[in-house]
Write a protein that binds this ligand. Structure first.
Ligand code: WTA
Length: 638
């Protein structure tokens, strides 16, 4: 088994060992998994290229570790529980054995449809069990999954499919979120107009909304399952993978316009997602783990699918939203399935807080033992509300800082062991060596200091490259500061050596825990016919954490502002997806630019924040007058 940390002393000892002898430390953890062949070399790395190789020469299949190896010991225990969007719809449960069978079946479907090791497969599905099954089936046959969140537009999907040259798409006819029905297949149809690489689309029946099915390209999930059943194909031998073979690609936003495909590999990701799951949440066998994220994000990959299943845990997935049919939905689910570990985002907590305590009436919540938070800084008010009203002051809260690129949790309290402080991710996990640097890349030493957060030594779960463009990976993460992985986050290390993440220092926004690049939103706004130029910044938002504020210059003949605003929103929805829609659009006649033509975002950020008293030095601006105009037209109410 993975070495479990049981006390603060053990944490310190593990941490020290992980720094003094990282290879021995991670080899010990890796020993607990099933390898077809053990590795020859634990770690080989440099951050210059970068080249990071963990467990080289090791052979494995992650699904043998998620499924096969549990069959003898816990084949009849529940692996996955699914709660539908509609509370009236019956839940579904899968034991490890059942999940194993489903994954094998669908893996055979993939093979029958021409998929093979190394192929990229795009998955665009609602939060139904088949999504987890599809992910695992890809991994079983060695195909690289690229899950795209169900809220992204056809254009975003097309970009991602083209970037990875996917040969197959797995989707469903439709899906449900609250009162809304989402037409997933129809979005895929629009996307595929631009994607000649896709030869096959497998469509799951979920809402049975009418869909187009193109002969020779589109097939129904259920029909394909029947075919493999008829052929008696119940088992599917797992493909043997090298530890450094790609496991998946997950697209995420950066400071440039185009999302990048973060690549994770089989061996290191497996060890790291399981290690962090078991230790951070202090997982005990038999516990029910409810991570409220969508599998379309890294949190769902690591802490709904891989981490829990690698650990033999019971993972609960929920199709719906926290506020439908009412704001007590999470709490009903907790009581219904006796959830022990609840892992959610500050934005959900803040949104539920705004409904007051009524939705908590009659809810027991007594099964809960540990609470987690992820995705954005948690403000103290939300932290205390979570602690008092959900955890009843009996459940440790673990505020987990990490990123798509890190594969798993990096800085977080070990639940119930590391003393917590509201708003602090506290201390780095074993194996993680954070360092703060100033603008010039000089290390900021000691405590009671702030800086840009970097990591100076590799860990098994880190990204290896960005798909199809290794140079981009180097430039983005490894070139800002020499020999360091740069996170893009600002951070404070207080007098006790505790870490507090203060937010992104680049042009990446965190809206309701979703990462969105300002450049991406600007590009989408600029697609609108009447827009000449735009600049997008974030501003503090009571529920979303950050809201999106767009300053837009339109052509002079504009007459109906309100309609134009709506058109722009629709354009952004079409180009990226509804999650990227600006909360505020201010029409301006010019943007504050330096003489060299650079937009001074610092000024726009201050205006968006409502802090116009001290805009700093504006003398270098091409046209200082424009600042006055923008100030006077600022949209300040939330
Ligand atoms: C932010 C989500 C403060 C941070 C797992 C990071 C956080 C970005 C926290 C990654 C936290 C995540 N406290 N900020 N506990 N967790 N972040 O890739 O800015 O969707 O860089 O991964 O979210 O977002 P991503």
């Amino acid at each position: 088994m993975i070495q479990k940390i049981n006390s603060l002393e053990e944490y310190q000892a593990a941490y020290q060992k992980s720094v003094a002898q990282p290879e021995a430390f991670w080899a010990d953890q890796a020993e607990s998994f099933t390898w077809r062949k053990k590795w020859d070399n634990v770690l080989e790395w440099n951050f210059r290229e970068p080249s990071i190789k963990w467990f080289q020469g090791g052979k494995l299949n992650i699904t043998e570790n998620c499924l096969d190896r549990h069959l003898n010991e816990r084949g009849d225990e529940t692996a996955l529980i699914w709660e539908a969007n509609d509370p009236e719809e019956h839940f579904r449960k899968f034991t490890y054995r059942e999940l194993y069978t489903k994954v094998c079946q669908f893996a055979n479907v993939l093979k029958n449809n021409g998929a093979k090791k190394g192929d990229r497969i795009c998955i665009y599905m609602p939060m139904v069990p088949e999504l987890a099954i599809a992910v695992l089936a890809c991994a079983r046959i060695g195909a690289i999954h690229s899950v795209v969140f169900g809220g992204f537009s056809a254009q975003s999907i097309a970009d991602r499919i083209q970037d990875a040259q996917c040969s197959m798409v797995i989707t469903s006819d439709g899906g449900y979120r609250g009162t809304k029905e989402i037409q997933l297949k129809s979005v895929i149809d629009d996307a595929l107009v631009q994607c000649p690489s896709v030869k096959r689309v497998i469509v799951l029946t979920r809402s049975r909304t009418p869909v187009s099915m193109i002969k020779g390209r589109d097939v129904w999930w259920e029909d394909e399952i029947k075919k493999v059943e008829t052929l008696g194909m119940t088992e599917c031998a797992a493909e043997e993978m090298d530890a450094e073979d790609m496991l998946f690609i997950l697209y995420t936003s950066g400071s440039t316009g185009k999302p990048k495909g973060v690549v994770h590999t089989c061996g290191g990701y497996m060890v790291y997602s399981a290690y962090t799951f078991q230790n951070v949440f202090q997982y005990n066998p038999g516990e029910v783990h409810f991570c409220t994220a969508d599998i379309g994000w890294i949190t769902g990959h690591s802490y709904i699918v891989y981490g829990p299943l690698l650990s033999g845990a019971t993972s609960l997935m929920f199709e719906g939203i926290p506020t439908w049919p009412d704001a007590g939905r999470f709490w009903d689910i907790v009581d219904k399935y006796k959830v022990n570990i609840l892992y959610t985002a500050p934005t959900a907590i803040r949104s539920l807080m705004s409904f007051g305590l009524d939705p908590l009436k009659g809810k027991e919540l007594s099964s809960l033992t540990k609470l987690g938070s992820v995705g954005e800084p948690i403000n103290e008010e939300a932290w205390h509300w979570y602690d008092e009203h959900i955890g009843k002051k009996q459940c440790p809260i673990t505020d987990t800082w990490w990123q798509t690129e890190t594969g798993g949790i990096m800085i977080a309290p070990i639940a119930g062991i590391t003393p917590t402080k509201p708003g602090y991710a506290t201390l780095p996990l074993p194996g993680i060596q954070p360092i703060l640097v100033d603008e010039n890349g000089k290390e900021v030493q000691g405590n009671g200091v702030s800086g840009n957060l970097c990591i100076k030594f590799p860990w098994p779960g880190m990204l290896r490259t960005t798909y199809g463009d290794h140079e981009r990976c180097r430039l983005n993460y490894f070139s800002t500061y020499e020999n360091l992985y740069f996170t893009g986050d600002g951070c404070l290390r207080d007098e006790d050596g505790y870490y507090r993440i203060t937010g992104r220092v680049d042009d990446v926004l965190n809206v309701s825990g979703h990462r969105i690049g300002t450049a991406e939103v600007e590009n989408a706004i600029n697609m609108y016919s009447d827009v000449i130029e735009s600049a997008v910044v974030g501003y503090p938002h009571a529920v979303k954490g950050q809201g999106i504020y767009a300053f837009v210059i339109c052509t002079p003949h504009l007459n109906d502002e309100e309609l134009t605003r709506k058109d722009i929103l629709m354009t952004v929805s079409r180009i990226i997806g509804p999650i990227a829609k600006p909360d505020k659009i201010q029409f301006v006649s010019g943007l504050p630019k330096t003489r060299s033509g650079k937009i001074m975002r610092r000024i726009l950020r201050k205006i968006a924040e409502g802090d116009v008293s001290n805009l700093g030095d504006t003398s270098t601006l091409l046209d200082p007058q424009v600042v006055e105009e923008i100030k006077s037209g600022a949209l300040l109410s939330v």
